[in-house]
Design a protein. Sequence first.
Length: 73
Amino acid sequence: MPRFPDVPKELLEEINIVETIYEEWNTYIVDSKYVYETKPVITSIYRIKGLYDATGCPVYHIFSQLVHRVKTV
């Protein structure tokens, strides 16, 4: 599988994110007094034209960012 920086730009197709169906927070208790929550949020998706996995599904490269928040218990 090629690394994203190695893929020629003419083979990249940016995919529009039409709708976010569900984003779940991962929740942790820290020091018995804080609730630490984090979740990945997809920022962009690229389909690599002409590249498919072993089952025939197209290959996508996803960029994401982690979002965090802290609350007291």
